[in-house]
Design a protein around this ligand. Structure first.
Ligand SMILES: Nc1nc2c(ncn2[C@@H]2O[C@H](COP(=O)(O)OP(=O)(O)O)[C@@H](O)[C@H]2O)c(=O)[nH]1
Ligand SMILES: [Mg+2]
Length: 341
C-alpha cells in the first residue's frame, strides 16, 4: 500500500538548506533529516541521469514537462520510488516495505503526464497547487493498489461478475466537520466519539461488507477548501455519491450549497444517484415543538434553500441522520442499495 507521497523542490539540489519539501499525508520526509534527503537525491545522480540529459536536445520553447525514469531505492528502511520532473523537482512515493513499487509504475507515470502535460495542473509555484497535485496523485495510486487488494479480500464467486458489481463505490462529500468520517466509523465499528481525533488532511477508503448485498467502499475526503477542487477526480466512477450537510450549522449553508451544485453540474457525474444526509439532527430539537412537525418543516426548508427539486438526470433522496445518536444510519444504508437499482 502506498504510504506517502513527497515532492522536493529547489534551485540547487546540492544546497540542502534551500529546498522546499512537501508531503502527503504526513511529514515523513523532513528537512531536518538531511542524510535521507541527500540519499534520495544522490540516487538520481549515478551518472546515467546526466548522460541522459546531455544527449537530449532541449526545446526551450516547449512547456512540456519531462518526467524522468523512476528510481527505486530503500533508504533508512523506507521503500522509495522517485523521479525527476524537468531536472528541477523530485517527486516520490513511499510504499510499505514488502510492496513492489513497479506495480504502480505505469499508473504513476501516466497520471503525472496527464496532470502536468494535458491538464497543466500545477505550476509548482503555488503551495496549494502542489498539495493538490500530491493528494490527487496519492489518491489515484493508492486506489489503484486498493482495487487489487479488494480483489484479493473479496474473491469473486461467479466468474461472470466483475469487481465493479460486487464493490460499490460510495463517494462521500460535504464541507469539513459535517460528520463524514464519523459516519464511516459508525457504520464500520458501531462507535461514535464526540471528539474523535481526525488528522485534518487524511483521506481514506473504508471497506464495509453489507450482508449478502455487497461490499461498500466508502471514499471519505478531506473537506477543507483546498481539497475541494479535487473531489471530482475520485468521483467519476462512483456508484453513488453522498452529500452531507451539518443541519445545525446554518452559517455554512450557502458555502455548502455552492459545493453541492458545483459537483452536480459536472457533466461526468450525470446520472450517478445522490443521497443527501442532513446530519446532526440531535442538535436541533430544543424548541419543545412536536418533534415530527419540526423535522418535516426543516426538511422543506432545506429542500427549498438547497434547491434540491432542481436536481435532474439522477435519482436522489434526502434523509436526516444523527451519527451521534445512531439515528437514520440503518435507513441510509438501505437507501444506498435502493438508489443503486
Ligand atoms: N452532535 C453531533 N455531532 C456530530 C455528529 N456527527 C459528527 N459529529 C461531530 O462533528 C465533528 C466533525 O465530525 P467529522 O466526522 O470529523 O466530520 P468530517 O470533517 O465531515 O469528517 C466531530 O466532533 C464529531 O464528533 C452528530 O450526528 N451529532
Ligand atoms: Mg473527515
Amino acid at each position: 500500500m502506498l504510504l506517502n507521497i513527497f515532492l522536493i523542490k529547489g534551485k540547487n539540489f546540492h544546497d540542502l538548506d534551500q529546498l522546499d519539501i512537501f508531503n502527503y499525508p504526513e511529514d515523513i520526509i523532513k528537512l531536518e533529516n538531511k542524510e535521507l534527503i541527500r540519499k534520495i537525491i544522490s540516487g538520481h545522480d549515478h551518472g546515467f541521469l546526466e548522460k541522459h540529459y546531455q544527449n537530449k536536445t532541449v526545446d526551450s520553447t516547449s512547456t512540456r514537462l519531462t518526467i524522468d525514469t523512476l528510481v527505486p531505492q530503500i533508504i533508512n528502511g523506507l521503500n522509495i520510488y522517485s523521479s525527476y520532473i524537468n531536472e528541477k523537482i523530485i517527486i516520490g512515493l513511499i510504499f510499505e516495505k514488502d510492496d513492489n513499487p513497479y506495480d504502480s509504475k505505469d499508473n504513476f507515470e501516466d497520471l503525472l503526464n496527464e496532470l502536468l502535460n494535458t491538464k497543466n495542473y500545477c505550476s509548482f509555484e503555488d503551495e496549494i497547487e502542489i498539495e493538490n497535485l500530491l493528494i490527487t496523485t496519492f489518491i489515484d495510486v493508492r486506489r489503484h493498489g486498493e482495487e487489487n487488494i479488494a480483489l484479493n479480500i473479496y474473491p469473486l464467486v461467479e466468474h461472470d461478475i466483475g469487481l465493479k458489481d460486487s464493490l460499490i463505490k460510495v463517494f462521500l462529500f460535504g464541507l469539513d466537520e459535517v460528520g463524514k468520517t464519523s459516519l464511516v466509523r459508525r457504520i464500520k465499528t458501531g462507535k461514535f466519539n464526540d471528539n474523535f481525533f481526525q488528522p485534518t488532511r487524511k483521506f481514506s477508503i473504508e471497506y464495509i461488507q453489507e450482508e449478502k448485498k455487497g461490499v461498500l467502499a466508502f471514499w471519505d475526503m478531506p473537506g477543507q477548501r483546498s481539497f475541494r477542487k479535487k473531489w471530482l477526480i475520485g468521483m467519476q466512477d462512483s456508484n453513488i455519491i453522498i452529500f452531507m450537510i451539518d443541519i445545525a450549522n446554518q452559517i455554512r449553508f450557502e458555502e455548502s450549497k455552492i459545493e453541492l451544485w458545483r459537483i452536480l453540474n459536472q457533466y461526468e457525474l450525470l446520472e450517478i444517484p445522490l443521497l443527501i444526509l442532513g446530519n446532526k439532527c440531535d442538535l436541533i430539537n430544543h424548541s419543545g415543538e412536536n418533534n415530527n412537525n419540526q423535522i418535516a418543516r426543516l426538511k422543506n426548508e432545506l429542500i427549498k434553500y438547497f434547491e434540491f427539486k432542481k436536481i435532474e438526470d439522477r435519482e436522489w433522496t434526502f434523509l436526516f441522520t444523527s451519527v451521534k445518536n445512531n439515528f437514520g444510519i440503518k435507513k441510509a444504508l438501505d437507501t444506498i442499495f435502493d438508489l443503486l437499482i
